[in-house]
Design a protein around this ligand. Structure first.
Ligand code: MN
Length: 696
C-alpha cells in the first residue's frame, strides 16, 4: 500500500505546485472514515482508495482527481455525506466524488434497472467531467486486480462480465489500451478459466520451445534498420491470451491455425523516422497486402497514432509490426488521459475540448445511413440522447420526436406506433425529445403510419419509412379503386368479354400487368373510352358521348379507402356518409368526391364522372356547420355539450363573426353518417343557446 508521503511525493514529482495539505487531509480522512472496514482480501478497506489514487498518479492527473480517488467510496460506504465532503474539500471535489458515487450506485442495482441507468448516468457524468470516468475506471481496474479474493463465484462472474461488457470498451474508446488490456485479461481469467489456462500454457510452451524465435525475428528487424542507419527500439511479444482467444472464437480456428500470435513493435525517435523505418522494412520483406494502416497521418478518433503493417518474414511467416515514435507510444498507452495532465485544467479549452473528443469517440455510427446523418450533424450540440425502456441508448438529431425515436429503434415499431410514454408519462407522438429521456413507444399491430407524421418527423429514416408506406398504400388503394372502375367499364360494354380479350386489351393499351392497367385507370392516365375501345374495338360511339348512369346499386364503394390517399373529399361540399356522392376523375389526379347536389359539380364537365357509394356502415367523415350562438355566457359550452352528448368530436372550431347579440362559429365535426349529422343539427336548433344551425 502506498504510504501517505509516497503519494504526495508522486504528485509533486509532476506537479510541484500541488497542494500537499489537501492531499494529506484527504488521505487521513479516507483512512479515518473507512476505519476498520475490510476488503475481501482481508486488507483494510482504505488500501483500495489509496491504490486507486496511486493509479491516478501514473496518469499524472491533477490534485482534484487524486483527492477524488482517495474519497471515492466514502459517501457510498461510510457515514459521511456529500455536504460534508464539500465543507471539507470544496465544491469541485464534492462534485467529482458525487459523480463517482452515482456510477457506483448503478452497480448495486439489478441488471434491468442498471441497463437503463448505467448508460445514462455514464453519459451525464461524462458530459459533466471526464475525471469522474477516469477515477471510475481505475476503481474498476483495482477491483479486478483483487477479484480473486471474492469467494462467491456468481458475484465474481458478474463483476468480470460487467468489466468486459462495459468498462473495457469504455477504456478502449478513450484510448486507454493499458487499462483495457488488463481488464480484459483479468475478466477472461474469471469467466473462462479453462481457456485461460490452456492458452497461457500454450504460450509458455512456445516461449520455451521456439528456440528464441521471438528474439530472432526482433533481431532481424532491428538489424535491417541499423544497416540502413536508423536507430530504433524493436520489441517482440506474444499476443495477449484474451485477444488470441477472441480471434479463435471469431475465426472458429484452433490455436495452431492462428498465424499471428506474435507482434512486434518498432519505436523510433520521431515521426519522420517512423516512415523511414516503414520504407526499410517494406524494402527488405514483402508486405502483406491489405494489412497496412497509417494511423499517424490519420489518427484514430481516440488519439491513437501508429502504423500497422504485416510482412512476410522467413519461411513465409507473417509478422505483424507496429511502428510509432517514443512520444506516440506513451500517448497511446493511456490515450486521452495522457493529454489530461494536471496542467490542462488551467487551459481555457482543456475540459471542453476533452469532452468534445470524448463524445465523438463514444459515438460510433452503426451503419452507413446513420453515418451519413451524423456527418451532416457534425456539431454535437445538435443531438440528443434518449433511452429505450431496456436502457439502449439512441442518439438522435435535436428536435427528434417520439416517432423518430420509434423508427430509430425499428421500422416496424415506427410503423405500428400509436402513442408514447416519455419518462413514464403519456405524450402525443409529435412530442420532441430531450436529453436523457426514457421513451416507451406504444404499438398496436393493426396500426399504420400516418401521412400527417411527415409534418413533424425530422430523421431521414422515419421520413423515408413513412413515405414508402404512404406510397405503397396509395398504390394499393389506387389499384383497388381502378379495379372497381374497370369492372364497371366492363359492365358498360355492349357485350360480354372473356379473359382472352382482356389480355389482348393490355397489349393494345401498351401496359404490362393487369395491376398497371388498374393504376392507370385509377389515376385516369387511361380514359374509360380508351379501355372500352381496347377491350372491344368499335364499342365506343364517338357521336354518343352520353351513357346512362348505372343503377344505384352498382355504384362503386369507397369503403375502407383512406381519404387523401386514392381519393379526396371535396372541400366545397364536405360530403359525409349518407350523402349521395359522385366522383370526378381527371388525368393524373385523385378521384374527387362531391355530394351530388354540390354546385361545384358544374365545373366538372372536363372530368370523367363516376357514381360512388359509401358502402355499408361506413366510418365517419367530417361535416362543416355554421352555428350562430346568442352572445351570452355559457352558450359556447352548451353547443360543445350537444356535440359531446351525441358523441361527435370537434375537429376545428373558428369564430367567423362577432356581431352582438350573436356569435357565428364555423365547426368541423366528426360524424358517422348523414343521420347522425341530422340528429346533431336538430339538437342544436332546439337549444336556447343556438339562434341558427346550418350545414355548410
Ligand atoms: Mn471503489
Amino acid at each position: 500500500m502506498l504510504r501517505q508521503y509516497e503519494l504526495v511525493e508522486r504528485v509533486r514529482d509532476y506537479d510541484p505546485d500541488a497542494d500537499e495539505d489537501l492531499i494529506n487531509r484527504a488521505y487521513v480522512y479516507s483512512v479515518k472514515m473507512h476505519g476498520s472496514q475490510k476488503r475481501a482480501s482481508g486488507d483494510p478497506y482504505f488500501s483500495h482508495p489509496i491504490e486507486v489514487a496511486g493509479l491516478m498518479t501514473d496518469l499524472k492527473l491533477d490534485q482534484q482527481t487524486i483527492v477524488t480517488a482517495l474519497l471515492h467510496d466514502t459517501v457510498e460506504d461510510t457515514l459521511t455525506t456529500i455536504e460534508e465532503i464539500e465543507k471539507l474539500f470544496g465544491k469541485e471535489i464534492a462534485r467529482l466524488v458525487d459523480g463517482v458515487t452515482k456510477l457506483s450506485k448503478i452497480e448495486a442495482q439489478t441488471e434491468d434497472e442498471r441497463a437503463a441507468e448505467n448508460l445514462r448516468k455514464f453519459l451525464l457524468a461524462l458530459s459533466d467531467d471526464i475525471r469522474v470516468l477516469l477515477v471510475k475506471l481505475a476503481d474498476r481496474l483495482h477491483n479486478m486486480r483483487t477479484l480473486h479474493f471474492i469467494k462467491n463465484e456468481a458475484k465474481r462472474r458478474r463483476i468480470a462480465g460487467e468489466t468486459l461488457d462495459i468498462y473495457a470498451p469504455l477504456a478502449e474508446r478513450i484510448g486507454m489500451y493499458e487499462y483495457m488490456r488488463e481488464m480484459q485479461l483479468l475478466a477472461f481469467r474469471h469467466l473462462e478459466p479453462e481457456a485461460y489456462e490452456t492458452i497461457t500454457a500454450r504460450l509458455q510452451q512456445i516461449k520455451e520451445g521456439d528456440d528464441g524465435q521471438l528474439d530472432k525475428i526482433a533481431g532481424s528487424l532491428s538489424q535491417a534498420l541499423t544497416n540502413a542507419g536508423l536507430s530504433a527500439e524493436v520489441t517482440g511479444r506474444e499476443k495477449h491470451p484474451y485477444s488470441i482467444w477472441k480471434k479463435m472464437q471469431e475465426r472458429h480456428v484452433s490455436f495452431e491455425a492462428l498465424t499471428d500470435i506474435m507482434a512486434f513493435r518498432v519505436v523510433t525517435e520521431n515521426r519522420a523516422e517512423c516512415y523511414r523505418a516503414l520504407g526499410i522494412l517494406h524494402d527488405k520483406w514483402k508486405m502483406v497486402p491489405g494489412r497496412f494502416k497509417d494511423y499517424i497521418s490519420t489518427p484514430k478518433r481516440n488519439g491513437y497514432r501508429s502504423m500497422h503493417t504485416t510482412i512476410m518474414h522467413e519461411n513465409n511467416m507473417r509478422v505483424e509490426i507496429q511502428i510509432r515514435s517514443e512520444r506516440m507510444h506513451q500517448d497511446n498507452e493511456f490515450g486521452l488521459a495522457a493529454h489530461w495532465s494536471y496542467k490542462q485544467g488551467n487551459q481555457p479549452d482543456g475540459q471542453a475540448g476533452w469532452i468534445r473528443d470524448l463524445i465523438e469517440i463514444l459515438d460510433h455510427a452503426e451503419d452507413a445511413e446513420e453515418l451519413l446523418e451524423h456527418t451532416k450533424l457534425a456539431m454535437y450540440q445538435d443531438r440528443i440522447f434518449a433511452f429505450t425502456p431496456k436502457g439502449t441508448l439512441l442518439q438522435l438529431p435535436k428536435g427528434s420526436t417520439t416517432v423518430d425515436f420509434a423508427y430509430a429503434v425499428h421500422t416496424d415499431l415506427g410503423n405500428q406506433a400509436v402513442g408514447a410514454k416519455v419518462n413514464g408519462r403519456h405524450v402525443p407522438l409529435r412530442t420532441q425529445l430531450t436529453n436523457g429521456d426514457v421513451v416507451e413507444v406504444l404499438r398496436s399491430e393493426g396500426q399504420e403510419p400516418q401521412p400527417g407524421w411527415l409534418s413533424f418527423v425530422i430523421t431521414g429514416k422515419a421520413r423515408a419509412a413513412i413515405r414508402r408506406f404512404v406510397r405503397h398504400k396509395e398504390r394499393d388503394e389506387i389499384i383497388e379503386i381502378g379495379t372497381k372502375l374497370y369492372e364497371e367499364i366492363i359492365e358498360r360494354l355492349p357485350g360480354k368479354i372473356g379473359k382472352r380479350a382482356q389480355k389482348a386489351a393490355l397489349k393494345r393499351l401498351n401496359v404490362k400487368e393487369e395491376e398497371d392497367l388498374m393504376m392507370a385507370i385509377g389515376t385516369r392516365d387511361i380514359s374509360d373510352r380508351e379501355v372500352m375501345e381496347a377491350l372491344m374495338p368499335g364499342s365506343v360511339n364517338d357521336n354518343d358521348e352520353d351513357w346512362s348512369w348505372p343503377e344505384q346499386g352498382s355504384a362503386i364503394s369507397i369503403k375502407g379507402l383512406t381519404p387523401g390517399v386514392a381519393f379526396d373529399l371535396a372541400e366545397c361540399c364536405h360530403p359525409v356518409p349518407g350523402d349521395r356522392i359522385v366522383g370526378l376523375r381527371r388525368s393524373g389526379e385523385n378521384v374527387e368526391v362531391h355530394a351530388i347536389d354540390c354546385f361545384k359539380l358544374a365545373d366538372g364537365v372536363d372530368a370523367d364522372w363516376v357514381d360512388l357509394s359509401w358502402g355499408k356502415d361506413s366510418d365517419g367523415a367530417a361535416a362543416r356547420l355554421a352555428v350562430v350562438l346568442h352572445d351570452k355566457p355559457g352558450t359556447l359550452a352548451e353547443m360543445a355539450g350537444i356535440f359531446g352528448f351525441h358523441n361527435s368530436n370537434i375537429l376545428r372550431l373558428r369564430m367567423t363573426n362577432r356581431d352582438a347579440p350573436f356569435h357565428t362559429f364555423e365547426v368541423d365535426l366528426e360524424v358517422h353518417n348523414v343521420h347522425h349529422l341530422m340528429r346533431i343539427l336538430s339538437a342544436l336548433r332546439s337549444s336556447d343557446a343556438v339562434a341558427q344551425a346550418e350545414r355548410l
